[in-house]
Design a binder for this molecule. Structure first.
Ligand SMILES: Nc1ncnc2c1ncn2[C@@H]1O[C@H](COP(=O)(O)OP(=O)(O)OP(=O)(O)O)[C@@H](O)[C@H]1O
Length: 344
């Protein structure tokens, strides 16, 4: 079994009457990247700051590499936790060269041993050591911040929305490169983000957070395909949620009888269908009217209305091309669906 590099147990922290953390349990396996994904204000940054040691817990405990750093035994200050933080804006020292920024936390032996060049190469900046931060683009500055965090080989690296200030294309490139660098260096990391695509594409595991609690912890595929609640379903991607009646392993829905997977529920339920499960054809399914189509280049989201007024969103490729508002199509569902007890 893989050992945990980070354990957070029943962590609670309030600001006045606001419970920013309301009992968080979390583990990160050694060598993994965990994404903490949640909407603004759910407590992500507070969690990260409590792990780093910038904030104290009201209750609970944090263990890093088997060593208690917060909890009943006391509060280890940030600089003694061996936890590296990559902040949103990089926060490089402006008066130090790239090499000196990266080498800041290193002892002389490590500096001489070539670690600075090694981590700069890992983040794609070999040969940039002599530059000053202001001579770098925003994306390059973030790469330096990641290299600086990795340099002393900390047991844990925390990344706080590190790509949020970058434009979309740069962000995608940097995500992939930073993921590769972390993996190549064997680092264990926690990434805090409100961006589902970032969490699902980068992480080994995703902890979905809402109102100070972790509401689901699983692989990216698990939280997308098998969300714990309708709220998680909506938060991690486009979701079609339909009223249903469950009868054994079949849900009776406005789109017909659909096979179920996941935990059994009985009676009135809500089913989750992902837009890519919906297939459109000229005939041979439930009849729907096209309301509108939002073109995204690689695909399109087509909003449809069933005869009973139910709205659906289908992700379409060629089969939905050029459908205009008012057109009639037949909708079928591919694969199994997940049901939740009660109505949405
Ligand atoms: N220093 C503080 N003083 C008072 N309230 C705070 C403080 N820090 C955070 N909060 C409150 O705690 C809650 C959680 O905040 P936190 O910054 O952890 O959320 P977040 O998920 O990181 O949000 P965002 O994505 O917007 O940064 C919010 O309601 C916030 O207003």
């Amino acid at each position: 079994m893989t050992e945990s590099m980070l354990t957070v147990a029943d962590a609670a922290r309030s600001y006045g009457s606001v419970p920013a953390l309301a009992g968080v349990d979390l583990t990160v396996a050694t060598g993994d990247l965990l994404a903490v994904l949640g909407p603004s204000g759910c407590g992500k940054t507070t969690l990260l700051r409590c792990v780093a040691g910038f904030e104290r817990l009201d209750r609970g405990a944090v263990t890093v590499a088997g060593r208690p750093v917060a909890g009943p035994g006391g509060h280890v200050p940030p600089h003694r936790r061996r936890v590296a933080v990559v902040p949103q804006d990089g926060a490089l020292f402006p008066h130090l060269s790239v090499a000196d920024n990266v080498g800041y936390g290193l002892d002389r032996a490590a500096r001489r041993g070539g670690r600075i060049e090694e981590v700069l190469a890992l983040v794609g900046l070999a040969g940039y050591g002599g530059r000053m931060p202001h001579q770098l683009s925003g994306g390059q500055q973030q790469r330096v911040a990641v290299a600086r965090a990795l340099a002393p080989r900390p047991p844990l690296v925390l990344l706080d929305e590190p790509f949020s200030a970058l434009d979309a294309q740069l962000r995608a490139e940097l995500r992939a490169d930073v993921r590769r660098a972390l993996r190549a260096d064997g680092a264990t990391a926690v990434l805090v983000t409100h961006d589902q695509a970032e969490a699902l594409s980068m992480a080994d595991a995703v902890a979905v957070m809402d109102a100070g609690r972790i509401v689901q912890h699983g692989t990216p595929a698990e939280v997308y395909r098998d969300p714990a609640t309708p709220w998680v379903a909506r938060f991690v991607g486009e979701a079609v949620l339909l009223p249903a009646t469950v009868d054994d392993d079949v849900a009776v829905t406005p789109l017909g009888r659909l096979p179920l997977r996941g935990p059994a529920v009985g009676g009135a339920a809500t089913v989750l269908i992902r837009p890519e499960q919906l297939r459109l054809a000229p005939t041979g399914g439930s009849v729907a009217t096209v309301v509108r189509q939002d073109f995204h280049g690689h695909d399109a989201l087509t909003t449809l209305r069933l005869a009973d007024g139910t709205l659906l969103t289908a992700r379409t490729l060629d089969e939905g091309a050029g459908l205009s508002a008012g057109a009639q199509v037949a909708v079928t569902v591919r694969g199994q669906v997940r049901a939740y007890a009660g109505s949405a």
